[in-house]
Design a protein around this ligand. Structure first.
Ligand SMILES: *Cc1c(COP(=O)(O)O)cnc(C)c1O
Length: 448
């Protein structure tokens, strides 16, 4: 079989001898991951067995259509791979329907929007600068230009304002309501969203890109039977390949008014032929592998550590005098408001990166700075929990973040100065932690 060790070694040797320039660049990236602490909330560590699926001859198959109903011959051997991915997604999330072909969560969301909305129809989603996503109804994206977006946001405590959701739904009668977020540290009440959707006859889509791992592990309530349709990427908390998945639970067989088609059938047609062409089979194989890993006890332990880590990080940062939005976290995200620290999100992001802590600038409720600068940073514990760093190490990390934020001198909103001695000391602390907790199941010393 081509995914054997022998083939992997052979392929790597060919690459090294044929394209040294490219290999050198990619090795630098691998070293960066190994030597730093990835606290970007959307990142995670892909298991090598998932990566192995991507470097296989399944890349050579063109398979437009679905298993058993392709537009090309030669798909008989690959069809079971896609069926396996579908079955594993359904098992993992308790869904009745799954489509594993979307190339990303963005594509998955747009397939859904195109399937259930006509151009110009109203869609109600979370405001981008309150933690929503570009695909949930935003003016610079397809979602907010081909459809008519209305946005809900957070209340003064930084929590989703469900009364506002209900009021906007009653006023605008959207055809689709979208819940799920990209920078929201608290539990989403999917049942409440469904009740609001039902009260105005809207469909409900839940986008669980950020929390799919916690949902799979039973550590966040599942939207599968509350939302008509659930979407997710497969590469954030699920730690799979770059890609998307669309699912449906008890409403999979519900017939959409005016179409005569079930939601399941509508979604299949929306992905292919409406929105995409041929699927990427190696990515689908890798999704099957990632879904299997996410169903293990080991994954559940990791998911629990993700929660323990973010709770410890939020508590320690608070104890050190920083402003954690909503006062804590129910998931992997800790959102830090830096207004009181007198540094911008961008300057903090850069200062932290200079010593090996990788986070992203993020707007916070009431933020006066633009999205490219911001007044906050978003910190996520997926990757560090996968590497085995626990609450004790998170307290150390909080101390390092605190040291950077207090020692750095911002230069305007974009730059900073950090004295060389402090920077070297903190960088060494980060590298020590990183070396102590190598990327899991990668080779010792961080080699691929
Ligand atoms: C990251 C994210 C997406 C987009 O995922 P891609 O696969 O990168 O397109 C969609 N929705 C939410 C809520 C996200 O956080």
């Amino acid at each position: 079989m081509l995914a054997t060790e022998e083939f992997a070694r052979h392929a790597a040797q060919l690459l090294t001898s044929d394209d040294e320039e490219l290999v050198t660049a990619m090795e630098r990236e691998h070293a960066r991951q190994h030597n730093s602490l990835m606290l970007v909330a959307s990142s995670s560590v892909t298991d090598p067995s998932v990566l192995a699926c991507l470097a296989t001859s399944s890349m050579n198959v063109t398979a437009e259509g679905y298993p058993g109903a392709r537009y090309h011959a030669g798909c008989e051997a690959i069809d079971p791979v896609e069926r396996m991915a579908v079955d594993r997604a359904r098992d993992l999330f308790g869904a009745r329907y799954a489509n594993v072909q979307p190339h990303s969560a963005t594509t998955a969301n747009y397939a859904v929007l195109s399937a259930v909305l006509d151009p110009g129809d109203c869609v109600l989603g979370m405001r981008l600068n309150h933690g929503g996503h570009l695909t949930h109804g935003y003016s610079v994206a397809y979602s907010g230009t081909y459809f008519t977006p209305v946005n809900y946001g957070l209340d003064e405590r930084g929590q989703i304002d469900y009364d506002e959701v209900a009021a906007l739904a009653a006023e605008h009668r959207p055809k689709l309501i979208i819940c799920g977020a990209t920078a929201y540290p608290r539990t989403v009440d999917f049942a409440r969203f469904r009740a609001i959707a039902d009260s105005v006859g809207a469909l409900l889509m839940a986008d669980i890109s950020h929390i799919a791992g916690l949902v799979a592990a039973g550590l966040h309530p599942s939207p599968i039977d509350h939302a008509h349709i659930t979407t997710s990427c497969t590469h954030k908390q699920l730690a799979g390949p770059r890609g998307g998945v669309i699912m449906s639970g008890r409403d999979a067989g519900t017939v959409l008014p005016g179409t005569g088609r079930t939601i399941a059938r509508t979604l299949d047609r929306a992905v292919f032929p409406f929105f995409q062409g041929a699927p990427v089979l190696p990515a689908i194989a890798a999704k099957a592998r990632a879904f299997a890993l996410a169903a293990t006890d080991g994954y559940r332990d990791t998911a629990q550590r993700i929660l323990d880590d973010s709770a410890a990080l939020a508590a320690e940062l608070t104890a050190l005098g920083h402003d954690v939005v909503t006062g804590g976290s129910d998931n992997h995200i800790v959102l830090l408001d830096l207004t009181r620290d007198n540094v911008s999100g961008l300057a903090a992001e850069r200062a932290l990166e200079s010593i090996g802590i990788v986070v992203n600038k993020n707007r916070v409720p009431g933020d006066a700075r633009p999205a490219a600068i911001t007044s906050g940073v978003r910190i996520g514990t997926n990757a560090v929990a996968q590497r085995g760093l626990g609450p004790r190490e998170m307290r150390t990390c909080a101390g390092i973040i605190h040291a950077v934020l207090t020692a750095m001198e911002p230069v305007g909103d974009r730059d900073f100065v950090l004295d060389g001695f402090t920077a070297a000391r903190l960088r060494a602390e980060v590298e020590k932690l990183a070396a102590e907790f190598p990327l899991p199941r990668y080779l010792p010393g961080g080699q691929l």
